[in-house]
Design a protein around this ligand. Structure first.
Ligand SMILES: [Zn+2]
Ligand SMILES: [Zn+2]
Length: 265
């Protein structure tokens, strides 16, 4: 089920994300490769590699934006909570969401922006205009990783283009100034976004490996279970496929088969 939210902050962040990605591609192709590497085969190789990274970044981003983060379905009819204080039949791990007026599975939390309960909700991220939850965390991580790779690649190519001798570089002052200006802007953009995604990626890995989502860290509810092996925790997010395939946004994220809603009261 594709989901898209009309949150103004989220939509602004989406526009900024695509403006930043396409600007980076424009500068690398037009001002770095075509201006300084047009006579060598490496120019073509870098242009192709950079565009492959751009494509993978967009693919991971689109999947993170449009996939269901793990929305807990609403009950068909209004529930009667009168047995709540008498102990009830429900498993202890299940909790009640007063806003959705329903029982929700363990680790699900209510997101005020999505206005729904999300399975293993980590946080609501305006950069994907969606929650980061059980079913899309893998795409979110892939997006962060590709943005990081893109930032490092862009800075390296810019640095190389200024260090190497460049007989084919234009002697025209206007062209030189344009190249300098775009090189500086893209370097700043790459360093800023690169450090930003690195910090979020670090937090995400910590959250996964300690089995405690950002929401649980704030509410001090984790770690959810007794210590589990790191590989088990990573598989829960990335799926059962070959770990080498985890980085590609073409395979599906894992879906817990545990029933999300089966209350009988
Ligand atoms: Zn809720
Ligand atoms: Zn949300």
């Amino acid at each position: 089920m594709p989901v898209f939210r009309g949150d103004p902050c989220g939509i602004t962040c989406l526009i900024l994300t695509y403006a930043a990605i396409f600007y980076a591609d424009y500068v690398i192709v037009n001002w770095v490769v075509l201006q300084t590497m047009s006579t060598s085969l490496w120019g073509a190789v870098h242009a192709v590699f950079f565009n492959v990274i751009v494509f993978l970044t967009i693919m991971a981003h689109v999947r993170a934006v449009f996939s269901d983060p793990g929305i807990v379905p609403l009950p068909q009819s209004r529930l009667d909570f009168s047995d709540m204080h008498t102990g009830g039949e429900k498993n202890d791990d299940w909790t009640v969401c007063a806003r959705c007026e329903m029982y929700r599975p363990p680790r699900a939390h209510h997101c005020r922006i999505c206005q729904r309960c999300i399975r293993r909700m980590d946080h609501h991220c305006p950069w994907i205009n969606n929650c980061v939850g059980e079913w899309n965390q893998k795409y979110f991580l892939q997006f962060l990783m590709f943005v990081g790779v893109m930032a490092i690649y862009a800075v390296s190519l810019i640095a190389y283009s200024w260090i190497k001798s460049c007989p084919e570089c234009s002697k025209d002052m206007m062209v030189k100034q344009g190249r300098l200006l775009h090189s500086v802007i893209l370097s700043m953009e790459s360093i800023l976004f690169g450090l930003f995604v690195l910090a979020i990626m670090w937090d995400q890995m910590q959250a996964i490996l300690t089995d405690e989502t950002a929401v649980e860290q704030v509410k001090r509810q984790g770690p959810y279970r007794a210590r589990r092996p790191k590989m088990v925790l990573l598989r829960e997010v990335c799926g059962r496929s070959q770990p080498l395939l985890w980085v590609f946004p073409c395979t599906s994220a894992p879906r817990n088969t545990e029933p999300s809603y089966n209350v009988t009261i």
